[in-house]
Design a protein around this ligand. Structure first.
Ligand code: E4P
Length: 217
């Protein structure tokens, strides 16, 4: 399973990248706003740090302008994936940009039918939003499962990029279902290392190290 980091914060990406845990990065307008940076400048910096796909989202809602924005975004670096919303115009832009040979991430996916039509339009990645479905008492993980089944039924190459991940359990369940990629905030990725029994066991070992004055260096 590939790990994408869902942030535009350079330091957070660098910390995970140094551990070899960054297979790509996703950004969106809200994350760019949070970074306080210019979209082109910060995206360029991220693309230079990581070798995998870096999703940068268009701002327009009509296909023609989305395509023009996408063509500008792909000039930033070879590893740009143009992110377009799952609207009819977004699908038109997806088809044109993917036919041009660019990676396209179709975002704001909330149904299996949306994922099906995005695959038909040539999406490189489909981004189903798990957390936002859970927020309204729907089952985000059921959506991942349905998309996996549909893509496998017909051999679609579009990769399932499980997004809007809020917890370590979302990552675990996505991995069990077979999502190709997860994108998660740095803190959620780091939380995968946590277990209370690890903390408890280490505390005992530290007590014994002190009591027995165990030294290695
Ligand atoms: C990633 O591509 C999405 O934009 C992101 O995961 C959305 O997450 P949120 O629902 O927590 O804002």
């Amino acid at each position: 399973m590939k790990f994408f980091v869902d942030t535009a914060e350079i330091d957070a990406i660098a910390e995970l990248n140094d551990l070899g845990m960054v297979d790509g990065v996703t950004t969106n307008p809200s994350l760019i706003k949070k970074s306080g940076r210019d979209i082109i400048e910060v995206t360029k910096e991220i693309c230079a740090m990581v070798t995998g796909p870096v999703s940068a989202e268009v701002t327009a809602t009509d296909a023609e302008t989305m395509i023009a924005e996408g063509r500008k975004l792909v000039e930033i670096a070879e590893n740009i994936a143009v992110k377009v919303p799952l609207t009819w115009d977004g699908l038109k832009a997806c088809k044109v940009l993917s036919d041009d040979g660019h990676m396209v991430n179709v975002t704001l996916c909330f149904s299996a039918n949306q994922a099906l039509i995005a695959a038909k339009a040539g999406a490189t990645f489909i981004s189903p939003f798990i957390g936002r479905l859970d927020d309204i008492n729907l089952d985000g993980m059921e959506l991942i499962n349905d998309i996996r089944q549909i893509y496998d039924n017909y051999g679609f190459d579009t990769e399932i990029l499980a997004a809007s991940i809020r917890s370590a359990n979302h990552i675990l369940d996505s991995a069990l279902i077979g999502a190709d990629v997860i994108t998660a905030p740095p803190a959620v990725i780091k939380s995968l290392a946590n277990h209370p029994l690890t903390d408890k066991g280490l505390a005992t070992f530290l007590d014994d190290i002190k009591a027995a004055d165990i030294k290695i260096l």
